[in-house]
Structure formats: C-alpha cells, structure tokens
Design a protein around this ligand. Structure first.
Ligand SMILES: C[S@@+](CC[C@H](N)C(=O)[O-])C[C@H]1O[C@@H](n2cnc3c(N)ncnc32)[C@H](O)[C@@H]1O
Length: 470
C-alpha cells in the first residue's frame, strides 16, 4: 500500500477514535490525484436526501479552544506587551489559529492531531507561492500583488507569529527536539496560513438560533468569528454546483442535499459564489462551474481617461473637476459581474447567468461627474441626451482598454487551452484571465446594445414629435 493510502487509512482510524462518525457503508475517501483534486469523498452507494454522512465532535476540531496552547501560553493571545504602538491588537482569529497550528505541528507525534496533519497538504498552488514568471500570467486580472498579499502576510508572520515561537522554545518544541531557524519557521508559518485559508471553517458556536446555522461555508475571513480546522469536513472538495451541507450544531454534521446522489458521485461542499480569481487565490484551483461568478474590476481612472478622449479635453480639466468632490465621494474601482442567481435547494446551478448592467454605481458616478463638468465647462457637451451617449462611449472605451491590459488576447488564450501542454498554474492563470475577458466582451456588447436602443428610442421620439407637429 502506498504512503498516500496508508495516511488516509490512519486518518480514518484516528477520526473514529476521536469520536467522529463516518458512514463507510456509504462513502469512501478516494485518491483523486489523477485529476489534481487530492483526496475527496465519494458515494459507494446511492444515498437518499438528508442522510447524515458523517459527524465531527467539536473536541476533534483544532482551534484555540481545543489546543493546549491557549492554556500553556495565554499571553500569546493578548496584545503585545512591550509594543510602543498603542494600536497593536491581540491576534485575530487568523493569527491565533496559525499559532495554534504551528504549535500542534511542532509537537509532532505528541500532538493528538498527528494523523490529521499527515493528510494535510505540504504544498499549494495558491498564487502566494507562484514565481514571478507564473504571476506574470495573471497580469491585468483582479489578482494584483496587493490582493495576493505575499508581502503583507510575510510581514504579519515575521512580526506577530514567528517571534512568539522563537521566544518560547520549551513550549513549542517537545523535549529533545531542536528548534527551527527563523527562516524555516517562516516557511512553516506560511504553510499553516495557506492551509487555514484553504481548509479552515468559520465556526459558529452551535447555538441553534444562530443566523449562520444553515451555512456549511462561511465566507468571513476577516478575523471576527472563531476559525477551526475540521477534520473530515475538509476532505470534501467543493464546487459551485454542490450536493452536501454542513450543519453547525453540538457536533458538526454533514448531510446529503440531493434526492439523487448516485453511487460514484463525489460529495461536494460549497465555498460560496466565488469568482475564479478568488477561488484560485484562496484555494489554488478553478472549476468551470464557478465561471458564472467571474468578476472584473474597472478603475475610475481608466473611465476618466476614456472620458477625456471622448470629450477631447485635456486630462487636467477632468482632474480639476475631480477636486470638487470629497475623496470618499468617488469610488476608485467598480465591480462588473453577472446576475448569477443562487444555487437551488439541492445545490444545483439552474439560473442562467447574464450580464444585465455594467455597474449601477459607475453609471451614477459618471453621471454625477458629467453634471459637475457641465457646470464648470458648459460647452463640454450639449445636453442630457449627449451626456448619455458620452457615458456609454466612455465605458465602452474603458472596457476595451482593460481588455488590452492582459498579456494575451481571448483567442490566444483559447488556443493555448486547446493545446493542452500547460502546467497546472499556467492553465489556471489562463482560465482566470479568459473568464475576465469574456465578461469584458459581454460588457462591450451590452454597451453597444444599449447605444442602439437609445438611438432607436431617440429616432422614434423625433418621428413622433414630427407627426404631432404635422
Ligand atoms: C478543503 S480541501 C479539500 C480536500 C483536498 N482535496 C485534500 O486532498 O486535502 C481544499 C483543497 O482541495 C482542492 N479542491 C477542492 N475542491 C476541488 C475541486 N472541485 N477540484 C479540484 N481541487 C479541489 C483545492 O486544492 C483546495 O485548496
């Protein structure tokens, strides 16, 4: 038996001994590496709706409540004592769980979660680990270096997490184990951070009244709710079209959602309506089903420069008008997204996603801006009708300019994907940027359609006026 299967078997035995229930008459943990999906859980029988597939006792979850670290080093979770910066805060739920995970990982065999650590990943395909060349393939997409946040997480881990381990070797290392160097610790801390990003769950407290009780996935990653690593629930892969549900009660309970969960079907969790870029950033994979949620970010600056072009005005003139607004009055970025509906009660994506509008916020801001321009420069455009035309033309131009910011065209991307000899990361980057380009193209088409409709309405209006006069 290979190491992979041995680790799976030991994990399952450990899970049951930790009080977990797993319906192995209905399910199997499978090796899905052949399709780059690691481990997953697959039905080995037809499963009726609302069947409990497995349960996880809260004591089996790794969190600040279950690990001994909070007892052994309570001060680690307080605000730094000797910090001159009065604003420094205690670790948020992210930082706390990273510290707890480091502690349990460094305990090695002494950690009660050792067989669970043995099935957690050692390497990730999230962009935070990509080389400069690999990141170059994401140029133009929502996944900017700031969004990927490598520098930021490096800084946080170096200043807030690693020093706690370095100054408390007797707590973090079992007797006789040599402490890791600062650099090695940073590498492990990054690994734990990424594991949490892709595997942890926001835990609600089991209170039946909780609003979130129905959500197996909770999207808050901002440090407000307690995070925990939930063995077995995180062996489930996920998709936008899903078939299982996680209830947060006294125990966590995973149930089947579909009336027709057939033998051989993979049991799939739901991470939420995430665009491909976000799926890649947090989880290191993309799937076709998530494309309906793809988004593009259009900058106000790009719209302004398109506007300057359309109006044949120097950028400085628009800059002057801009100064009339308070900083908070003007949004810097606008999200373009389709109306994608919601999955139905059985986790199916049945809604036909469609781009119905570019961005109501952008349209409103543009209109307000053009009104201010008209006041400052009455001759800049004729009237309200012309203002509408300018809005459409500027947005169209900004969308087209955005299409040119990617390293390749949509056709080139399609051709690259067809060739098929791509690395996993390269392929995923192409899928992310192609998804954005398709949305931009839909945006351009929508603007063209709006322009023709407006033109037809104007013509109809003038014909009617002419007839009335006659
Ligand atoms: C919570 S884990 C799921 C278990 C994971 N497959 C394993 O072997 O440990 C989440 C990770 O699984 C992978 N994953 C989840 N859903 C996937 C899918 N539909 N296709 C491919 N990989 C997926 C991604 O690497 C993601 O970061």
């Amino acid at each position: 038996m290979g190491d992979f299967q041995t680790a799976t078997n030991s994990f399952l035995t450990w899970f049951k001994s930790a009080g977990g229930e797993f319906r192995d008459d209905l399910l199997e943990i499978k090796d899905l590496r052949a399709r780059d999906a690691g481990r997953g859980i697959v039905a080995i029988k037809d499963i009726p709706q609302e069947t409990t597939l497995f349960t996880i006792p809260r004591e089996a979850i790794i969190s600040t409540e279950t690990s001994k670290l909070a007892e052994r080093l309570p001060e680690a979770f307080d605000a730094p004592a000797d910090d001159e910066d009065d604003d420094s805060e205690p670790l948020d739920s992210w930082g706390s769980l990273i510290l707890v995970m480091l502690y349990e990982y460094l305990q090695g065999e002494s950690s009660k979660w050792k067989p669970y650590f043995d099935v957690l990943p050692q390497a990730f395909d999230t962009p935070i680990f990509w080389s400069e060349a690999e990141l170059g393939e994401l140029q133009g997409t929502c996944l900017t270096p700031e969004k990927i946040g490598k520098q930021q997480s490096d800084e946080m881990l170096r200043t807030r997490i690693v020093p706690i381990v370095l100054t408390n070797p007797t707590i973090f290392y079992p007797e006789g184990v040599a402490p890791l160097s600062e650099d090695d610790l940073l590498v492990v801390a990054h690994r734990m951070g990424s594991t949490i990003m892709a595997y942890a769950f926001d835990l609600d407290n089991g209170n039946e009244q909780s609003d979130d009780e129905e959500d197996g996935w909770v999207e808050d990653r901002e440090g407000r709710t307690m995070l925990g690593m939930v063995p077995m629930a995180d062996i489930l892969n996920a998709n936008a079209d899903f078939n299982a549900h996680i209830n947060h009660g006294d125990k966590l309970e995973v149930t089947s959602l579909r009336s027709d969960l057939k033998t051989g079907t993979e049991i799939l969790n739901y991470y939420g309506p995430l665009p491909s870029s976000e799926l890649l950033r947090r989880y290191g994979y993309v799937t076709p089903a998530h494309r309906v949620y793809d988004v593009v970010e259009l900058s106000w600056n790009s719209v302004l420069s398109a506007l300057a072009d359309e109006l044949n005005l120097p950028a400085e003139v628009l800059g002057e008008v801009e100064t009339e607004f308070d900083e908070e009055e003007l949004e810097e970025y606008f999200i373009i997204e389709r109306d994608s509906g919601e999955p139905d009660g059985e986790g199916r994506l049945t809604y036909t996603a469609e781009l119905r509008e570019i961005s109501p916020e952008l349209e409103e801001q543009l209109k307000t801006f053009l009104k201010a321009l008209k006041k400052a420069r009455p001759d800049s455009f004729a009237d309200k009708r012309k203002r509408g035309e300018i809005c459409i033309a500027a947005i169209t131009q900004a969308l087209t300019a955005k299409l040119e910011q990617y390293p390749t065209s949509a056709q080139e991307d399609e051709a690259l994907l067809k060739k098929g000899d791509l690395s996993k990361r390269h392929r995923m980057a192409i899928e992310v940027r192609l998804g954005e380009k398709k949305l931009l193209q839909e945006g351009v088409a929508l603007m063209q359609q709006t322009a023709s409709e407006d033109e037809a309405a104007t013509e109809e209006g003038s014909t009617k006026r002419a007839k009335t006069k006659a």
